[in-house]
Design a protein around this ligand. Structure first.
Ligand code: RUB
Length: 315
């Protein structure tokens, strides 16, 4: 139990962050947790697995990759605990390796949209978006990247570190310089935490501002998103919940305490309508956002949106 709770805590506190990484960590934890459950009683085993699934799901509400990963593993069947355990291992390993392959495929597909000499703006830190930049660089295209700081958590620092290690020329900017510098940009490449059935993209707060500025300057916006970031639940009319994080990420409690009339809002993500997105680059192809429904129907299915893990909620 301790390790399960540690993984959940690491996701909550963003030690493990980024939609793809969260998903892989959750799938891996379910597999490892299943291996640690000491019982031969299938009912008890299933109950414990449901608790683990619910706990992992409760950590961060926005990245749809998390419930999609959990549900992909929780589809397991088995007549005995041993059977269930080995099915869980198979499903989790499959999810993790498909996810890693998806990121590679996105890089190969997405890099075709990058020309030699392009300046590309990116936001936050997305493994999938960086895969496109890395693939273009590996192909010998001389690219320049403009990376935003991505306040308040400064994931832009992770991005510049990764791009620097790859040998890609990168310029770090404050988030508010996005529109001013858009004139120097050829293309915007960002990741996604969720893609809704109508093709809207939910990603790090500020993403919609980059997309809006790019639209105004007639620059293309590419979103790098594995198929498991598409949200089946949005077909049933559900909205993707936008995570609101603690005010202390923006201003210290002490400083805030000096004011009487000031409060803080700290939404972690925003919604970019499909009008501002030219292409969503998935592992199964680069699609217009209008095709999100097809991805959900072909690659995720409805039933994935309907699974519930009441075991955890009850506690
Ligand atoms: C990270 C973020 C990333 C997406 C996609 O937010 O918004 O752009 O998660 O990332 P946070 P990836 O830091 O709050 O998790 O492509 O790595 O899945």
């Amino acid at each position: 139990m301790k390790q399960l709770e540690e993984t959940a805590q690491n996701i909550k506190t963003m030690e493990i962050r980024g939609a793809g990484r969260i998903a892989r960590a959750a799938a891996g934890e379910l597999r490892d947790y299943a291996g640690r459950i000491k019982t031969n009683d299938l009912e008890e085993f299933n109950e414990k697995m449901r608790y683990a699934a619910g706990l992992l799901l409760s950590t961060r509400p926005t990245a749809v990759s998390l419930p999609n990963a959990v549900r992909a593993v929780m589809r397991y069947k088995g007549e005995t605990v041993d059977e269930a355990r080995s099915e869980i291992k198979k499903l989790a390993d499959e999810f993790i390796s498909n996810s890693e392959n998806a990121v590679k495929a996105i890089g190969e597909i997405g890099e075709r949209r990058i020309r030699d000499g392009d300046t590309i703006m990116t936001h936050c830190n997305s493994v999938a978006a960086i895969s496109i930049l890395a693939a273009a660089h590996a192909k010998g295209k001389a690219i320049n990247v403009i990376a935003t700081e991505s306040r308040p958590r400064m994931q832009g620092y992770i991005t510049i570190k990764q791009l620097d290690a790859l040998g890609i020329k990168t310029t770090l900017i404050v988030d508010s310089a996005v529109r001013y510098l858009m004139k120097d940009v050829d293309l915007v490449v960002m990741g996604a935490d969720a893609v809704t059935v109508n093709g809207s993209v939910i990603n790090k707060i500020g993403t919609s501002q980059l997309a809006l500025a790019a639209h105004e300057a007639r620059k293309n916006v590419i979103i790098a998103a594995e198929t498991y970031k598409f949200s089946p639940r949005t077909i049933f009319g559900e909205l993707v919940e936008i995570e609101e994080r603690d005010s202390s990420e923006v201003i210290s409690r002490k400083k805030l305490g000096e004011f009487t009339n000031v409060s803080v809002k700290n939404p972690a993500f925003d919604v970019t309508p499909r009008e501002y997105i030219d292409l969503i680059c998935t592992e199964v192809g680069a699609i217009p956002p209008e095709m999100a429904y097809i991805i959900i129907r072909e690659y995720l299915g409805w039933e994935i949106g309907e699974m519930n893990f009441d075991g955890y909620q009850k506690r």
